[in-house]
Design a protein around this ligand. Structure first.
Ligand SMILES: [Zn+2]
Length: 130
């Protein structure tokens, strides 16, 4: 059974909330334009030690920024799947993902069985979780 209209509306709402959060995060980690950066530095009169700290922070923000952008693309894809009514369809077996799973994790692309199989298959190549 596909999602009911109200379940699909709930998933859509969750996706919209997540999307807003991610867009906020994207804005917060947005790299500064180069000229603004040099103005900052000239203005603050940083020595080379402080510059190094800044560039570590920038790299960190950059990595986060990339991650948020990737998340945003996933959210967009999920929103398109809600719009086309495919959100409940497993990418692997074309079975149902299930409303409960989608509401807990709106970015789910696989049913729980396929997800477990997928995780087992990719284990070993993936970095160990802390
Ligand atoms: Zn499946």
């Amino acid at each position: 059974m596909a999602l009911t209209r109200s379940q699909s509306a709930l998933v859509e709402q969750r996706l919209a909330e997540l999307s807003k959060e991610v867009q906020d995060n994207i804005r917060k980690t947005m790299p500064k334009p180069a000229d603004e950066k040099s103005l900052d530095r000239a203005g603050a009169g940083l020595d080379s030690g402080e510059e190094a700290v800044n560039s570590v922070q920038e790299e960190f923000d950059h990595a986060l920024h990339e991650r948020y952008l990737a998340e945003f693309r996933q959210l967009e894809a999920a929103q398109a799947r809600v719009a086309s009514g495919e959100i409940d369809q497993c990418a692997d077996c074309s079975g149902e993902i299930g409303a409960e799973r989608l509401l807990a994790y709106p970015l789910a692309k696989r049913c729980i069985d396929c997800q477990e199989r997928h995780e087992k298959a990719s284990r070993g190549t993936a970095a160990p979780k802390p």
